[in-house]
Design a protein. Sequence first.
Length: 235
Amino acid sequence: MNKIITTLVAILIFSSSLVSAESQRSKEVIKMLENITWLGHDCFKIKGEKVIYTDPFKVKKGEPADIILITHEHYDHCSPEDVKKIRKDSTVIIATPDCAKKLSGNIKTIKPGDKITVEGINIEAVPAYNTNKQFHPKGNNWVGYIFTVMGQRIYIAGDTDYIKEMEGFKADIALLPVSGIYVMTADEAATAALAIKPKLAIPMHYGAIAGTEKDAKKFKELLEGKVDVEILKQQ
């Protein structure tokens, strides 16, 4: 009988922990997650007050963008042919100056530390750079973005390593690269998530140029019980 009671108690504790983990997601985050579509690599379509795309790459022609955020000029992030697939006449493109030279349309250039409001969406450019490799030098002034959609602050890191500036970032949802080689490894991305403390972290930058789903799964395992992680299926 004691063994049965002990087993039942263990089951109840396990079940309550699952409920607790789920309850950590606010209704706002759950609603926002429903409006985030991962299109592969660092490209997301995020719908709220406006339709926002990040770093369009290998996208199919689809829903036109109100705003396009481009983090830096590498071909897998600043792809003029992919921008054309989703750009309309009124689309606003936010990008670093080196990207602007490659693109056409309504372009607003930005550098780390800049803040801008576009179509009612507050956007802040934050630093993104390598610390232990040379693919993304700090001196290039490439960026990540923190922008607010449906009341939720969303951080897309761009191509970066873990940097000390992240300790000052405030985000409800963090989109973090996990593949290593050019960006953070899963371990480093977990460290970044612990520094930022988002309500939800989503791994990216794998499955195209570098990294695999194993990196995303490792990222989630490392943050188990610390930061809520959702691995999105590529659409």
